[in-house]
Design a protein around this ligand. Structure first.
Ligand SMILES: *[C@@H]1O[C@H](CO)[C@@H](O)[C@H](O)[C@H]1NC(C)=O
Ligand SMILES: *[C@@H]1O[C@H](CO)[C@@H](O)[C@H](O)[C@H]1NC(C)=O
Ligand SMILES: *[C@@H]1O[C@H](CO)[C@@H](O)[C@H](O)[C@H]1NC(C)=O
Ligand SMILES: *[C@@H]1O[C@H](CO)[C@@H](O)[C@H](O)[C@H]1NC(C)=O
Ligand SMILES: *[C@@H]1O[C@H](CO)[C@@H](O)[C@H](O)[C@H]1NC(C)=O
Ligand SMILES: *[C@@H]1O[C@H](CO)[C@@H](O)[C@H](O)[C@H]1NC(C)=O
Ligand SMILES: *[C@@H]1O[C@H](CO)[C@@H](O)[C@H](O)[C@H]1NC(C)=O
Ligand SMILES: CC(=O)N[C@H]1CO[C@H](CO)[C@@H](O)[C@@H]1O
Length: 686
């Protein structure tokens, strides 16, 4: 089966299939899984064919936000359309008709669709005013009357002290016009993972505008690429809102457009976290039971429910679900001009078991068989095909922990078409090491293995710590390393305590090793670039709805005598050095040494030599290291520099010359005069 997929040759598969059919009963399961892989690309082609045939081609189909929900025509007529196959009747109610529940019925159309046309008012203005509230009233077969937000709602807000989101009709007289073109697709992806609501030092909800004004310039300084996600995306329990609308609590759609446009002016691309893997159980302001049935956008239970997350699972084989999800992607690209997406929960989508209780060892039997959900795979292929065809610079990232082969190969090759996947094992490894191992027991071989264990030819995004670690109940790397001393001992005016010294040095080394060895992109969660102290805790009952910890303390950077500034400067210069030498876009590294006794790791990538000495007490003098390219090497970045909180032990004027003396499988080698304990140097050929 694996041969079959990796060659992605349908004819080969078919011939194997014939052989297969004639063999004994004992291989029936093999035959079935083979069958399923044979049909995957075929299913995709069929779906694409249907899409291209349908409703004026897939360009039209994926712009269905222009025909569903509320849309204003040139003559100010409003045309409203919904899909609610199980409904008996549909009405529109809202501020515009004094919340009359019966005056504005939708007309029933074919295929479960409903339509309503509202002529303009006498003064030719639209019947529904901008910024007024609406609801759809759904009458069910059981005689219930349900109040719903349109799945196609463009804006939803949560009033003060209210749990439920309100649907607000958004049709501003002066919509924001984007001025700046999208930046080109970056060669090296350096992602600054951000959450708009916490992007300020104040204990309150920050806005899109605060982000535009206060945070974007900092990201520019770091040279990272931006990635936003809303609270609703990490915290499922806050996720009761519809798909087209960002929660209104951060500001208006126009302010979000301005944020993206401003980012573009700074040459920053903006990626959005999209959740197409599942949806909240909420009915009143979610998609669940929109038409009163237990299916509609979802499979009926049990297939339509996620056992662990308590959420609903989409029916990807349904034409209208496809219309909705693909139009959702298109909407963010067209209306907001996002540059790509991180697809949440891809592992859960790909398998009927949703990854629950599954350990993935990398064995092919784990990825090809009846446990794989073909509908989801075809959906992901279709989504990636649509995005990459319409927007060649679009970036898509899969949140996949399973390591399914070909997730990050193009659809044309038989892959799912993602550009990157998140290397989710790396942060787990760093936590495990910091929790369980004494410094003397760090296993260089195991660290290197974790950082390089990825599918050849498929791009990964590496990160040293995940956003989950910053949340209350867990600990960020800085906290694991320095904990309570961060409250008292971070001043650079006093000597470093042993805890702070170890923490500052290892924080930089863990980052650089992950950055240079772990992937083809690098991600950092906002604040971690300077070892943000404390944790994140969103307002909830358990903390008295407090915003005290729902913030990021960028102000710490403005205090020169705090060591956060040193960690920040190192992160910035790490970026600049990458920008210059481009190791993220270079082929994977060649690791020439992972020495358990010396606790030294040496590798080359992108014409740069990396040398890390993790030994807690021992410096190395006249240390021989292997290199491929002969020539003169000089130090380009040194974590031991005083400005980064190091001890300044290295002489940066030293030039190192290679000798044609083979060492550790390389043709050349050189003596490095001094690698101090716990520090990292980076040499480049000049
Ligand atoms: C419409 O129904 C809701 C909920 O039953 C009710 O609160 C509201 O008063 C009704 N509107 C009118 C105008 O009767
Ligand atoms: C947002 O910015 C405004 C104006 O710059 C400022 O008054 C406000 O305090 C800021 N709020 C936050 C949460 O940063
Ligand atoms: C919204 O989510 C919260 C938290 O899960 C839940 O308690 C609440 O019932 C939801 N609201 C609706 C309208 O379903
Ligand atoms: C999923 O959609 C397909 C195609 O429309 C349909 O045949 C099937 O019944 C749906 N499943 C559920 C549970 O609604
Ligand atoms: C470091 O912090 C500890 C408390 O965690 C404190 O007792 C000690 O005095 C601090 N050291 C310095 C140099 O301030
Ligand atoms: C929450 O607030 C109440 C009333 O102000 C107080 O009694 C309680 O101790 C607070 N709980 C926490 C966890 O702060
Ligand atoms: C090597 O580093 C040690 C401290 O780690 C220092 O004492 C020694 O002077 C250095 N030697 C050279 C030649 O720089
Ligand atoms: C966005 C950003 O500031 N990127 C910077 C990263 O560092 C390089 C090298 O200094 C700069 O050219 C980039 O502008």
């Amino acid at each position: 089966v694996s041969v079959c997929l990796s060659l992605s040759s349908v004819s080969l598969c078919l011939s194997l299939l014939c052989v297969c059919l004639s063999v004994s009963l004992s291989s029936v399961s093999v035959c079935l899984s083979l069958l399923s892989s044979v049909s995957l690309y075929g299913l995709f082609e069929k779906r694409l064919f249907l899409l291209e045939e349908a409703e004026g081609g897939f360009d039209q189909f994926t712009r269905s936000y222009r025909t569903f929900g509320v849309n204003r025509m040139a003559d100010n007529r409003l045309v409203l359309r919904e899909w609610a196959p199980a409904a008996e009747a549909l009405f529109l109610t809202g501020d515009f008709n004094g919340w009359d529940n019966f005056s504005h019925p939708y007309e029933k159309k074919e295929f479960g669709k409903w339509e309503l046309c509202l002529p303009p008012k006498h003064d030719k203005s639209p019947a529904i005013e901008h910024n007024t509230k609406l609801k759809v009233v759904v009458h069910t077969k059981k005689g219930e009357r349900l109040y719903r937000i349109s799945p196609w709602a463009k804006y939803a807000i949560q009033a003060e002290k209210q749990v439920i989101y309100d649907w607000v009709h958004w049709d501003p007289p002066q919509p924001y016009m984007h001025i700046h073109p999208r930046p080109k697709k970056p060669q090296s992806l350096r992602i600054y993972e951000s959450h708009v609501g916490i992007a300020s030092p104040d204990p309150k909800v920050a806005s899109y505008t605060n982000f535009t004004i206060n945070v974007l310039p900092r990201i520019k300084d770091l040279g990272k690429r931006l990635h936003t996600w809303g609270t609703d995306q990490i915290y499922l329990e806050l996720g009761n809102r519809s798909h087209l609308s960002r929660p209104g609590r951060y500001g208006t759609p126009e302010e979000l457009k301005q944020l993206i446009d401003t980012a573009h002016s700074l040459d920053i691309v903006v990626l959005l976290d999209v959740v197409h893997s599942h949806a909240s159980q909420n009915t009143e302001d979610g998609l669940n039971s929109f038409d009163g049935s237990d299916s509609c956008f979802f499979h009926s239970p049990p297939r339509g429910e996620h056992a662990l997350w308590g959420s609903r699972l989409f029916n990807y084989s349904s034409w209208e679900v496809l219309r909705f999800l693909l139009s959702n992607l298109r909407w963010w690209m067209e209306e907001y001009r996002f540059d790509g997406f991180r697809f949440d929960g891809v592992t859960s989508m790909m398998y009927h078991h949703h990854g629950i209780g599954s350990m993935f060892s990398g064995d092919y039997s784990e990825y090809f068989g009846l446990q794989v959900d073909e509908d989801s795979l075809v959906y992901l292929m279709t989504a990636n095909h649509v995005l990459h065809t319409l927007y060649p610079d679009c970036i898509t990232i899969a949140e996949d922990v399973s390591g399914m082969p070909a997730v990050c190969r193009s659809v044309a090759e038989g892959g799912l078409g993602f550009d990157y996947r998140l290397a989710m094992a790396i942060p787990d490894k760093w936590i495990q090491i910091l929790k369980e191992l004494a410094d003397e027991a760090w296993d260089m071989g195991n660290i290197v293995y974790t950082l390089t264990n990825r599918r050849y030819g498929e791009n990964c995004i590496a990160y040293a710590e995940s956003h989950d670690q910053s949340v209350v109940g867990d600990k960020s790397l800085a906290f694991w390393l320095m904990d309570k001393e961060m409250y008292t001992n971070m001043s650079s005016l006093i000597p470093m305590t042993p805890v702070i010294d170890r923490g500052i040095q290892l924080h930089k080394m863990i980052r650089l090793l992950t950055h240079a060895l772990g992937g083809e992109g690098y991600l950092n969660f906002m604040g971690n670039e300077f070892g943000h102290p404390e944790w994140l805790d969103f307002p909830r009952k358990g903390n008295n709805e407090s915003y005290h910890y729902a913030r990021r303390q960028y102000n710490l950077l403005d205090t020169d005598h705090l060591r956060y500034r040193q960690l920040y400067d190192f992160d910035r210069d790490m970026n600049r050095t990458e920008d210059k030498y481009g190791w993220l876009a270079a082929p994977p590294a060649f690791v020439s040494a992972k020495h358990e006794g010396d606790k030294v790791i040496v590798f080359e990538r992108g014409n740069v030599l990396f040398l890390l000495n993790f030994h807690p007490t021992r410096s190395q003098t006249n240390y021989r290291v292997a290199v491929a390219s002969p020539g003169k090497y000089t130090i380009k970045l040194d974590s031991d520099e005083v400005q980064y909180g190091g001890h300044g032990r290295l002489d940066h004027n030293t030039e190192f010359f290679t000798e044609p003396q083979p060492f550790n499988e390389r043709d050349n080698s050189m003596l490095v005069s001094n690698t101090s304990e716990r520090e990292r140097e980076l040499y480049a050929v000049t």
